[in-house]
Design a protein around this ligand. Structure first.
Ligand code: G6Q
Length: 529
């Protein structure tokens, strides 16, 4: 994009490409000042291939692209999701009771707290055994049925916060239309003690509705076939009351949300009901409070002390000026095992776009390919490429000072954190021994951030996820794209329908795809039984 701020970065990158992290530390020994704190998180970005000039130029760019005005527009409820003509208000989902945000004549914060109250009452009635199943048995198993944004958030957060959950209850998540997923999830569960939460914003998603119908059949087969059992064992999270009623779920047991909540931004809404059932309403509100603290920081902190903005501009630096294609996320916390997948959706669905919001094509690379697994496991696998491969991969290393309640075991936390710190150092500085043969040389100059917090509490998790959400918005603003639509994913929702009907249809007439697709359909139809 031809503008002064961008051109200045192009020129600066030509110089910085030739400079190593080792040289940058030699020139600026006080690089430990390159950190920022927000909502209980400490971000160390000193080991990046940037200096003070780089940061200044990147912040000039976000200023030139109008980030602050866009943040204010989001918080005012303007329709910044232009292709769907919708407001983007996941930040309203974590505003405290008593705050007010009026959009199109409706106080959305009041609405949010009404639903939060409904969720809390329901969760409490299940958790303390007041609301029982069809046969009068207490509910001990909760199964969330949803996919994409209606699955990844609650299942990631449940894993992350299991230390805070009801240990005498089971929480499971089914998403894939592969029958193996549902069958394994219900395996060993007693239907009389099982609650299904059908989570679907549209209540039309093929995978979720197919699984919900199969779960209903499983339940009815186990409980004698009385349709009345469905109302005792199924609740819905959706924006579509008509479809929910059609399914046989009492709309009094429907937990609503709004079109201004995007699927991948919906963990904070009623989509988090399964999580609330697991960790309880107070912990769920602490999660929201953590996210809100990060929201306030993002909205008010100066750009050079703004944690999500720093994360965003670093992403832009590598993607657009140093030719990196991917971003690794490595949490040093086993319970964050699903965080890389969650962030994969958040970042890639939001910023995997090649036209700007005004319809014009982008003229610089957008969208980071996000991947990773937990440390230390990754160190025994793909870290080889990170240390000695040819690809430039910026890495987020995420860690905690203390284990979660009940997870302390000897000095294992010290070892975990020692690994995080040692990897960051080795990636940045490599080996410095001229006697080593070439295959043992670690070149270093591999950038990473360390994101540290005291403990993985609900508050800390909320703040972390919100930081990534705002990183995504920062990047989307630089690139001028709509980070809140997902037309490529929408396409996937209709693509299979035609092939599924052709697979089911007898005879070969009417197959009008390309030769390869036709052959695959014929081959599958002709499979031996
Ligand atoms: C998220 C996406 C997508 C969506 C799922 C489920 O931003 O739009 O992952 O969440 O396709 O959609 P439903 O909740 O409507 O079933």
């Amino acid at each position: 994009m031809a503008d002064a701020a961008w051109d200045a970065l192009v020129a600066h990158a030509a110089v910085m490409r030739g400079r190593t992290v080792r040289e940058l530390f030699a020139a600026e020994p006080d690089r430990d000042r390159m950190h920022v704190e927000a909502a209980g998180w400490y971000l160390d970005y000193a080991k990046h291939r940037v200096n003070a000039d780089t940061l200044r130029l990147l912040l000039d760019l976000v200023r030139a692209r109008g980030l602050q005005a866009r943040i204010e527009a989001m918080f005012r409820g303007e329709h910044i999701n232009v292709t769907e003509d919708r407001a983007v208000l996941h930040v309203a989902l974590r505003m405290p009771a008593g705050a007010s945000l009026v959009v199109d004549g409706v106080d959305v914060v009041a609405e949010v707290h009404r639903v939060l109250g409904q969720m809390s009452d329901f969760a409490s009635s299940i958790r303390d055994g007041r609301r029982v199943g069809y046969t009068g048995r207490v509910i001990r198993n909760v199964v969330n049925i949803g996919i994409g944004g209606s699955d990844l958030g609650p299942s990631m957060a449940y894993d992350a916060l299991r230390a805070y959950s009801r240990r005498d209850m089971q929480f499971r998540f089914v998403s894939n239309v592969d029958g193996a997923d549902l069958l394994e999830v219900v395996h060993g569960l007693d239907a009389a003690e099982t609650l299904f939460i059908v989570s679907s914003k549209t209540f039309t998603t093929l995978e979720t509705l197919t699984n919900a119908r199969a779960a209903r059949a499983w339940l009815l087969a186990a409980l004698g076939g009385d349709e009345a059992a469905v109302k005792r064992h199924f609740v819905a999270v959706s924006t579509n009351a008509e479809k929910v009623a059609e399914f046989g779920i009492d709309t009094a047991d429907m937990f609503g949300f709004w079109d201004w909540v995007g699927g991948r931004y919906s963990l904070w809404s009623a989509i988090g009901l399964s999580l609330m059932l697991a960790i309880g309403p107070d912990n769920f509100r602490a999660l929201l409070a953590g996210a809100h603290a990060m929201d306030e920081h993002f909205r008010t902190a100066p750009l050079d002390a703004n944690l999500p903005v720093i994360m965003g501009v670093l992403g832009c630096w590598y993607r657009d000026f140093l030719d990196a294609q991917t971003q690794a996320v490595v949490p040093y916390a086993q319970v964050l095992v699903k965080l890389p997948s969650y962030l994969q959706q958040l970042e890639m669905e939001s910023n995997g776009k090649s036209v700007r919001a005004d319809g014009s094509p982008v003229d610089a690379p957008t969208g980071e390919i996000v991947w990773g697994t937990v440390g230390t496991n990754g160190q025994h696998a793909y870290f080889q490429l990170l240390h000695q491969g040819t690809a430039l991969v910026p890495i987020d290393l995420i860690g905690f000072d203390h284990p979660q309640p009940g997870h302390a075991l000897g000095n294992q936390q010290d070892l975990l954190v020692a690994n995080l710190i040692a990897q960051a150092e080795a990636l940045a500085f490599g080996t410095d021994d001229p006697a080593l043969p070439p295959y043992r040389v670690m070149p270093g100059n591999r950038p990473s951030s360390a994101l540290m917090s005291s403990q993985l509490t609900p508050f800390a998790l909320g703040a972390l996820i919100a930081a990534y959400e705002h990183k995504v918005m920062t990047l989307g603003t630089i690139w001028g794209i709509d980070s809140f639509d997902q037309w490529g994913v929408e396409l996937g929702k209709v693509l299979a329908q035609r092939v599924a009907s052709e697979i089911a249809a007898p005879g070969d007439a009417g197959l009008a795809h390309d030769a390869s697709t036709n052959a695959l359909i014929r081959r599958y139809r002709g499979r031996s039984s």
